[in-house]
Design a protein around this ligand. Sequence first.
Ligand code: SAH
Ligand code: SF4
Length: 348
Amino acid sequence: MTVKTDLKNLSLPALEQFLQGQGKERFRATQVFKWIYQHDAHSFEEMTNISKDLRAELTATAFISNLETEAMEVGSDGTRKYLFSLSDGASVESVLIPDEGRNTLCISSQVGCAMGCRFCLTGTFKLTRNLTTSEIINQIMAVRRDVEIRNIVMMGMGEPLHNLDNVIPAINIMIDGNGLQFSNRRVTVSTCGVVPEMERLGRELPNVNLAVSLNATTDELRDRIMPINSAYPLKELLRACREFPLPGRRKVTFEYVMLGGLNDSLEDAKRLLRLISDIPSKVNLIPFNEFEGCEFRAPSQASIDAFHKFLIDRHVTVITRDSRGSDISAACGQLKGRLDLDACKSEK
Ligand code: SAH
Ligand code: SF4
């Protein structure tokens, strides 16, 4: 029995190759691609501008996967958390952060995460497996049936740079003019700092936005809270940020989780300023979201305000993220791929 190919695992050039292997013209690939991403076709039968013979051939060799929303919760601020069950029984979450006409979808790249950051609930679950390209893309396609999406951030479960083989084709599908048609400036990849893979991302997809979870201003603290730092310490990480080929005027986003009493002092703010001063960048302050059993505390409002003000006064672009969706555990680092079932509204 031949194993059928899931066409949603293929970028347009890969689909062209797949069809050329079956003796088909190149433009057929564009037609099929448009059916899948622009018309959300679920079967080849729907592809009415393609001959019956080709449709039958495709049905024999390929399929178009889909993800149905298993459950969806809406937080008091309108944040929506979607749960998807995957074909092997694993599940992942995506979070829609509403903003009039500029909705942002935060998608997952792995089931769990191997990086083990101490402050991150996803990290405590270890890595189950990488998501396939189609599983990454299908999160967007499922949510898009509900609401319009303007921005995509890969800040859900998992470390996208630990799964670049699947993440790169997924992003190519997102930004392809025949695919999901997102502008590359509306797609952001976030990493904890896997330096060699940052270099690969820069080579293969130089036009997407880069976000780096910095979270500490000394190697001593970063080693303690982010194990990746012992492989790629701050100096190497910042060099990789400096060398990342961002298009003109674009900035690296530094995410900084504020942990009460640990990295939220003005001394930290001063060191942060020094570390990033020669990198075109903006800072995203994320007050730590507590979860059961965690060893860290949320920062006080006074320390958040003082940290924020210190940077703003020195002309750093800063956004302090509010804990959106925290009442439904949809805030940063709270995704565990499992809804609290009694609290969720099932939407099939
Ligand atoms: N693995 C990637 C992508 C996930 S993004 C990365 O780490 O960048 C998840 C973001 O949420 C990261 O910036 C992380 O530092 C932050 N985060 C994780 N746990 C958190 C928590 N409990 N409270 C606030 N932010 C958290
Ligand atoms: Fe993984 Fe990112 Fe969580 Fe670290 S913060 S454990 S890299 S998902």
